[in-house]
Design a protein around this ligand. Structure first.
Ligand code: NAD
Length: 481
């Protein structure tokens, strides 16, 4: 029987296969109502020390556990998540604000990710094989990994780190964002009944817990997803102990729409991948460059589509795409960007508005009509449902504009001429380039950023290798003949 969870009760952090309560507790809020949610632990330094000690002890046997056994446990874990998915999805909507349907998509993706991870073995590579010697690249695990998770996509991004860490033979300590601790704690609880003690641990804490992890000498590697500013702090802190790290940071993705597209066919996908999760995903369309020949037509169609199909509301309401902004800090940033519309005199194609009547953090989509290229709405990641439409006329010019920022997470090129689109795509500096799509990710495909959008890749065998060291193994065969 798979374990079952009670989403109303949080008995402690998950350390060495047990609930470990803390003297202090805290709670987060439901962003749709601003009502407090449940009390969760606040990890102290000694809780982290204890988790690290247990992770190091568990590493000894987990790193030697055969791949096939790790794989069976990963599949059992996916089954446990699936058996509890209705509760987890409800909890995700309560804590994160995303519409229930999107929480369902996040769990669907996570299940696919875990089940694919279970098949992905980083195998030895033979570099040279002669009568005299064989030289291999082998990939032993790092040891103890710290997984630091943001608040926008806590299930997939949390287990998207835990899975590869475990499959490559590491033990892992996951730290959710203080804004969204609930699902990740429950995922730890489910892991407790599947994996040996100390293999997967989850610590909920305050803002000091992340820096304690990145500076902890007993943690060997950090996998971090979050903002660029925090990513730089993580890198600095990891330098003190020469910890390895992977950084998945912010993006400001361009979508380049060529003059030969069928607007009706590409528009729904562009609109959805602009406003999904209220704009709070790293790799949404955040700057839409539309060829001047079709600019007006595209703009009007996008406005029409958004008005008719992109509804703002609570995550449990039917047909909602734009749920509340996840937290007060982010809400103030988004409000500030909406205030710029008036201050800077940007022309709006869709006005959008911040709802002041509700206790929740609701904002309606805004589309800015061809603002200056150096305006804040173009150069900053807004992380809210507001997007600029920008006019272009020549392929080379739009490529330069798409590449102009310090971010380089993803970019899409939309064109009926695949050769032209691919030629343009190959000149883009971004970790993912999509032709006639946006937002595609898969567990077996590396994902990451160029420039300030990150260091290293997650997922795919390349991502798995970031959780390993490379060890060159030389085997001389004839020395004692
Ligand atoms: P954030 O940087 O504020 O926080 C991310 C995590 O880091 C949280 O768990 C937080 O508690 C922790 N943290 C905060 N300060 C820390 C420190 N000094 N040391 C160690 N850990 C620390 O990011 P956020 O606001 O939660 O997430 C939004 C940002 O994440 C956006 O910029 C978004 O683009 C980016 N993001 C990137 C990806 C990606 O894969 N590239 C995915 C999702 C989100």
């Amino acid at each position: 029987m798979p374990p079952t969870i009670d989403i109303t009760s949080y008995k402690g952090n998950i350390i060495n296969g047990e609930f470990v309560p803390t003297p202090e507790t805290r709670h987060s809020i439901d962003p749709a109502t601003a009502e407090p949610l449940y009390e969760v632990p606040v990890a102290r330094r000694e809780d982290l020390d204890s988790a690290v000690q247990h992770a190091r002890a568990a590493f000894k046997s987990w790193s030697k556990t055969p791949f096939s056994e790790r794989s069976s446990l990963m599949l059992a874990y996916a089954d446990a998540l699936e058996a509890n998915r209705a509760e987890i999805e409800k909890l995700q909507t309560m804590e994160q604000g995303k519409p229930l349907g999107l929480a369902h998509v996040e769990v669907d993706m996570t299940l696919r990710w875990l089940r694919t991870f279970a098949t992905m073995e980083v195998k030895d590579e033979v570099i040279e094989d002669t009568d005299e010697k064989t030289i291999y690249s082998t990939f032993p695990p790092m040891g103890v990994c710290g997984a630091i998770v943001p608040w926008n996509w806590p299930i997939l991004l949390g287990l998207g780190k835990v899975g590869p860490a475990l499959m490559t033979g590491n033990t892992v300590i996951m730290k959710p964002s203080p804004y969204t601790p609930y699902c990740d704690l429950k995922l730890g609880e489910l892991a407790m009944s599947i994996f040996p003690p100390g293999v997967v641990q989850v610590l909920s804490g305050n803002d000091d817990l992340g820096p304690w992890m990145t500076s902890h000498p007993g943690i060997d590697m950090i996998s971090f997803t979050g903002s660029i500013a925090t990513g730089k702090k993580v890198a600095k802190s990891c330098a003190d102990t020469l910890k390895r790290y992977v950084l998945e940071l912010g993006g400001n993705d361009a979508a380049i729409v060529c003059d030969d597209v069928d607007i009706a066919k590409c528009l729904p996908k562009i609109a959805i991948t602009t406003f999904m999760n209220s704009g709070q995903i790293c790799m949404l369309c955040k700057r839409i460059y539309v060829h001047e020949k079709i600019y007006d037509q595209f703009r009007d169609a996008l406005v029409e589509f958004t008005k008719n199909n992109i509804k703002t509301g609570g995550g449990f309401e039917e047909g909602v795409t734009v749920g509340p902004i996840q937290n007060k800090m982010q809400f103030s940033l988004v409000k500030d960007m909406y205030e710029e519309i008036q201050k800077q005199g940007w022309k709006t194609a869709l006005e959008g508005q911040v709802r002041s009547t509700s206790k929740g953090y609701f904002v309606e989509p805004a589309i800015i009509d061809n603002p200056p290229e150096d305006s804040r709405i173009v150069v900053e990641e807004p992380f809210g449902p507001i997007v600029p439409l920008l006019k272009w006329s020549a392929d080379d010019e739009v490529i330069d504009r798409a590449n102009a920022l310090e971010t380089g997470l993803g970019t899409s090129v939309w064109s009926g001429d695949l050769q032209r689109a691919e030629r343009m795509g190959r000149q883009i500096s971004a970790g993912s380039v999509w032709i006639n799509s946006h937002f595609d990710v898969a567990p077996n495909v590396p994902f990451g950023g160029h420039k300030e959008s990150g260091i290293g890749m997650e997922w795919g065998i390349e991502g798995f290798k970031h959780y390993t060291n490379t060890r060159s193994l030389w085997v001389w065969k004839k020395v004692f003949e």
